[in-house]
Design a protein around this ligand. Structure first.
Ligand SMILES: [Zn+2]
Ligand SMILES: [Zn+2]
Length: 284
């Protein structure tokens, strides 16, 4: 069976940590790469403790508060325009967001997903203890003060909370702690999900949630995708059916990175890639 080639995790110029590449530029590149569908997932980071650091988006070349809705109209209309333009070339362009989950962010997420026509809402854990474990610079400040058991407890408790909010369609890079944690804790970190992820996956199955295969680990020199194959296997065994693939591109050259390999892995595990329209998943 042929799987549609999609990239469901792309950061255009609205994300403060991305290169200033416009939505249209990514779409042109997606055509070159023969992608059937691209979904933009601008960061929304809402932790009040980090408001000076990352509660921002870029709008008209300026950093503005993520809580100022001015950017959302522009973001969604740019995506709608691109979808109109590129559908003549058989490329679909979807509107998503990647919410960096934190306790207390539910209200704002609810407000925007109820008021804007998003296709896809990705939930991610980037921070623990208000420190970005996703960041090469910041993560050591978290890791050096925590045992592996503490990391395990804090990460998976947060994940469970995020799942039970019911706000998210899909979980991004589920084992992100491996990105910079592997070098700090060693290979034991590759097993900390055992015994704790199973019940979270059952809950995700019950809620019809999806799981992302995120390829960004490979350009950082890790051997596997996020999550690792063993975790994908556990997800499948728990009955999760919805999977997406995403490069987590922050620049044009990263678009579509390792997508074919990610699709091969899904095929190998007998799982289907999915696309989303207005928050509804369809296998593709
Ligand atoms: Zn992320
Ligand atoms: Zn991302």
């Amino acid at each position: 069976m042929e799987y549609l080639r999609t990239d469901y995790h792309v950061h255009p110029n609205y994300s403060i940590d991305a290169f200033p590449v416009q939505i249209r530029e990514y779409c042109k590149k997606a055509l070159e790469l023969n992608l059937a569908e691209i979904c933009f997932t601008t960061h929304i980071e809402l932790e009040p403790e980090r408001r000076e650091i990352d509660n921002f988006v870029i709008f008209n070349g300026e950093k503005i508060s993520v809580f100022n809705h001015a950017w959302l109209d522009s973001y969604l209309s740019e995506i709608a325009q691109a979808n109109q333009e590129f559908r003549h070339y058989n490329l679909k362009v979807k509107a998503g967001i990647e919410v960096g989950y934190c306790r207390g962010c539910e209200k704002y997420v609810e407000e925007i997903v109820n008021n804007y026509p998003f296709d896809f809402v990705l939930g991610a854990i980037h921070c623990l203890d208000h420190i970005a474990i996703s960041s090469m610079k910041e993560s050591p400040y978290y890791f050096q003060n925590k045992s592996l058991a503490e990391l395990r407890k804090e990460y998976f408790t947060t994940l469970e909370e995020m799942v039970t909010t019911g706000l998210f369609d899909c979980i991004a890079h589920l084992d992100l702690y491996i990105r910079y944690g592997l070098r700090h804790y060693g290979p034991e970190i590759l097993t900390i999900h055992r015994g704790v992820i199973e019940s979270i996956f059952s809950e995700m199955t019950r809620r019809g949630m999806g799981l992302e295969v995120n390829t960004s680990s490979r350009r950082r020199g890790l051997k596997e995708f996020h999550p690792i194959r063993e975790i994908l296997d556990l997800a499948a065994r728990a009955g999760i059916k919805i999977f997406t693939v995403g490069s987590d591109a922050h620049s044009l050259d990263q678009l579509g990175d390792y997508i074919d390999e990610a699709l091969d892995l899904l095929k190998d595990l007998n799982l289907r890639n999915h696309v989303f329209t207005r928050r509804k998943a369809v296998p593709c």
